[in-house]
Design a protein around this ligand. Sequence first.
Ligand SMILES: CC(C)=CCC/C(C)=C/CC/C(C)=C/COP(=O)(O)OP(=O)(O)O
Length: 261
Amino acid sequence: MDGNRRFAKNHSLPLKEGHRYGAEALMRVLECCFRVGVKNVTTYAFSIENFNRKAEEVDTIFSLLKYKLALLSGENQMCDLHEVRVKIIGNRSYLPDDVLQDIELVEEKTKHHTKHTLYVAFPYTSRDDMWYAVDQLVDKVTEGEISVDEIDETLYENNFYYEDTSEKVDILVRTSGHTRLSDYMLWQCHQDSVIEYPNTLWPNYRFYNTWWTIFRWSYYKTLMIQDAEVMQLKKVSRAEVNRRYKDVPKIHPPFASVNKA
Ligand SMILES: CC(C)=CCC/C(C)=C/CC/C(C)=C/COP(=O)(O)OP(=O)(O)O
C-alpha cells in the first residue's frame, strides 16, 4: 500500500491524512476482491522497518489499523457479509499489549469464517517470517516433537506465520511506481505469481484498478489452461492451438514481461 505520504504531500494534507485515505482505499479494494471471488487477500500494513518512522506516525498507523479492523469485524460488516476470517501474520513480539489484545479479539471474532481470509502483514518482513519458521522447527526438534529427518519443504512452510502451505501468491501488487519487493512474500511467490507495479499512489487505487488487475490475471490464466490442455493432454501442435484460439485477443503488459521470464 505504497504512496500514502506522497498522496498527502501532493494534496497539501497532514501526513496522517495520507494514511487515512490509504485505509479507505484498502476498504474499497477488499470489497472488490471479495465481491469478485478472490479467496484470500494479504495486505502489507506495516513492515518491521516501519518502526524507524517517527513515533507519531507509527501511532497513527496503529490506531487506524485497530479502528479499521474493529470496523471490518463488526456485526453485519465486511467480515460477516463476505464470511472473512482475519489473520495477522507478523512478529507479534514487536506489538504493544493494547494493540495485540485488539487484533487478537478481531481474530477470535472472525475465526469461524471459512470463505475468505484477510491476512494482515503486521509487523512483517519475509526474512523475519522465514527466520521464525526456522526458530519454530528448532524448538520442536529440541522438545522432541519432531525429528530432524522429518523436516522438509512442507513442514518448513507450515511453520510460517501463514500456517498454511496451500497459500501461494497469484497476484502481487505494489502501488506508487516503486519496483521493489521490500522483503514481502519472498517465499510465497512462485513461478506463476504475477507481480504488478502500477504507477498509482495507494490512496488513488480504486475498485476499477482492482477489478481490472484481477480480470486480466484470470483471463491470462484461462488462456494458459486452454493452452496446457490442448498441448499436453490432447498432444496437438502449437500451430493448432493458435488456430483454435486465434479469435481470443492477446493480453499485453504487464504479462508480456512475465511471459518472457
Ligand atoms: C490493515 C489496515 C486496516 C491498515 C490501515 C493502515 C494503513 C493504510 C497502513 C499502511 C501504512 C504504510 C506504511 C503505507 C505505505 O505508504 P508510505 O507511508 O510508505 O507512503 P510513501 O510511499 O508515499 O512514502
